[in-house]
Design a protein around this ligand. Structure first.
Ligand SMILES: Cc1cc2nc3c(=O)[nH]c(=O)nc-3n(C[C@H](O)[C@H](O)[C@H](O)COP(=O)(O)O)c2cc1C
Length: 301
């Protein structure tokens, strides 16, 4: 028996670590490397119906405590991305396809387009770097409609990626659950900025970007804890996880799995194996035989 195996709505995953959407870009070869390096499953960059060119450079700025990015969901569009999807399928790499639409119809189009090829979908309803990104997540009724409409046309698991930049993450999570979502991914990067005091202007061409990495970990952890307390569907934790201790914190807060983004960028692909090893040792040292036994334990304290 594999003590780290996770089962999220019929999707069996060999361990709880996932590559978070977007951080390694578009190419199938990088996603394949992440899987071969030990990720339980990989999430693609968010793909839209039509190509998106994204923002002008500079679009990434490294901070001591994380990353600021304003890539703006640049991607080649669904037709072109199908080539990468076929590469992943050829190599038997399990993946979750992240989709981004500007309307309910666009989300439905993307789900229909990719339905036969993917293990699950992640709906990106929370990108801070595009005009409509955060508008979706702030409108709980719209979130409900998007999830319900999408669920009505597919049997594939639907994960919904939400933001912490809302009045109440639990309201958003409940809307997703009631609409039939199979899991919540919490959280996306958080709108932020940095100013270069010598140039006296923002470092990013688009002024604002999404903050990710260690700086947002306590916020992401709080969101996972709050969601776990009120929801029955699985929560996938994401935000600032950069070592085994961080991963265990998220599991204890109630995450059934975790996604890793910025730490892959900063520390490299070995992070998946390092985190799995840490979790395995943690289970052994504390007398547990499988992952399930520690999920949400911090709620009982
Ligand atoms: C360079 C970069 C690109 C990203 N692209 C996407 C994306 O296409 N879709 C998405 O849902 N999230 C995207 N994200 C957000 C990450 O998937 C993740 O939610 C966020 O970075 C927090 O996790 P982390 O602190 O482990 O990086 C991106 C993040 C970075 C740093």
């Amino acid at each position: 028996m594999n003590p780290l195996e996770v089962n999220i709505s019929s999707l069996k995953i060999r361990n709880p670590t996932m590559l978070a959407a977007g951080v390694l870009g578009i190419s199938a070869s990088l996603l394949r490397n992440a899987y071969k390096s030990g990720a339980g499953i990989v999430v693609t960059k968010s793909i839209s119906k039509n190509p998106r060119f994204g923002n002008r450079n500079p679009v990434v700025y490294e901070l001591k405590y994380g990353l600021l990015n304003s890539i703006g969901l640049s991607n080649p569009g669904c037709e072109e991305f199908l080539k990468e999807v076929n590469e992943l399928r050829k190599d038997n790499i399990p993946f979750i396809l992240s989709v981004y639409g500007e309307s309910v119809d666009e989300f439905k189009y993307l789900i229909k387009f990719f339905n036969d090829y993917v293990n699950a979908f992640e709906l990106n309803l929370s990108c801070p770097n595009v005009k409509t990104g955060l508008e979706f997540i702030k409108d709980v009724e719209l979130v409900f409609d998007i999830v319900r409409e999408v669920k009505s046309i597919t049997k594939k698991p639907i994960f919904v990626k939400i933001s912490a930049t809302v009045n109440d993450v639990v309201d958003v999570g409940k809307a997703c659950e009631e609409a039939g979502a199979d899991a919540i991914v919490a959280i996306n990067s958080i709108k932020a900025m940095k100013i270069d005091i010598r140039l006296k202007k923002p470092v990013l061409s688009s002024i604002f970007g999404g903050l990710s990495g260690e700086a947002i970990k306590p916020i992401a952890l709080r969101c996972v804890y709050e969601l776990k307390k009120e929801l029955s569907i699985p929560i996938i934790g994401c935000g600032g996880i950069s070592c085994g201790e961080d991963a265990v914190e998220f599991l204890l807060a109630g995450a059934s799995a975790i996604q890793i983004g910025t730490a892959v960028y900063k520390k490299g692909l070995r992070i998946f194996r390092d985190i799995c090893m840490f979790i395995k040792n943690y289970l052994n040292e504390n007398g547990y035989s499988k992952l399930d036994e520690i999920i949400g334990l911090a709620h009982k304290a």
